[in-house]
Design a protein around this ligand. Structure first.
Ligand code: SAH
Length: 230
């Protein structure tokens, strides 16, 4: 909002231009030091990570750490993933402009926002209803119009919108849910952490090839468990 004459106090807590500038620099540093330095090379992914205001998806308490190299609490016992993991998983999906992508585990909505600029449509499912509502409101407020949020059980996927070109799961089931495999297109990619709750997990990249599901273990990880719906 442009304020002339100094009478209008403007929005209640506008971020000062200096603070915005600082965040822009912090984000550029995050891309350089946490992503490029660790081997993320996909230019579109790096651009998306440089563009999306991660601090907008982090609650006020830990917001000052939004561009640091670790996960952060977002309430309800859940976390927003470390920036490197978000970039790594996004790149592993090989997102294309015309793709429709399903995410399981909306959390803060940050991963969905990163995907939003890279593909045509993002569908994201979150089992904790207040988190789904907050993420949906934040995504709308920030103008991510091609993301659809649903409060529900990710084990079911999003059958009415299937099949998807790519599926990203950001909570860890003990094994890959069959419904998600069924909702993946031929040639589609799925990135998913698999393993015991709070224990050893591996990030698995699946590709639906002509001869069946190709499976590649890419990284040891630790995600919050994918809980069973009631
Ligand atoms: N992608 C998120 C981080 C996700 S944390 C972000 O960018 O912020 C993992 C999320 O998965 C949590 O919010 C958790 O509530 C959710 N979750 C756990 N089990 C689930 C299930 N069965 N279906 C959908 N979401 C689930």
């Amino acid at each position: 909002m442009l304020t002339l004459g100094g009478c209008d106090p403007g929005p209640a807590h506008p971020a000062a231009p200096a603070q915005e500038q600082e965040r822009l620099l912090a984000r550029a540093r995050m891309v350089r030091e946490q992503l490029v330095a660790r081997g993320i090379t996909d230019a579109r992914v790096l651009e998306a990570m440089a563009r999306v205001p991660r601090h907008e998806f982090v609650p006020a308490g830990p917001r000052g750490e939004a561009y640091e190299d670790w996960p952060l609490p977002i309430g309800h016992g859940q976390t927003i993933s470390q920036p490197y993991i978000v970039a790594f998983m996004t790149a592993a999906l090989e997102p294309k402009a015309e793709d429709r992508v399903l995410e399981i585990g909306t959390g803060s909505g940050y991963q969905a926002a990163v995907l939003s600029g890279l593909v045509t449509e993002v569908y994201t499912v979150e089992i904790v209803a207040p988190l789904a509502q907050r993420a949906e409101a934040d995504l709308r407020r920030l103008g991510y119009g091609n993301v659809k949020v649903r409060a529900g059980d990710g084990y079911l996927g999003w059958p009415e919108a299937a099949p998807f070109d790519a599926i990203i799961v950001t909570c860890a089931p003990e094994k890959v849910p069959q419904a998600l495999v069924d909702q993946l297109k031929a040639g589609g990619r799925m990135i998913i952490p698999v393993g015991s709750p709070w224990g050893a997990q591996e990030l698995v990249l699946l590709r639906k090839g002509p001869g069946g599901l190709e499976r590649q273990v890419v990284l040891p990880v630790r995600f919050v468990p994918m809980v069973k719906g009631r």
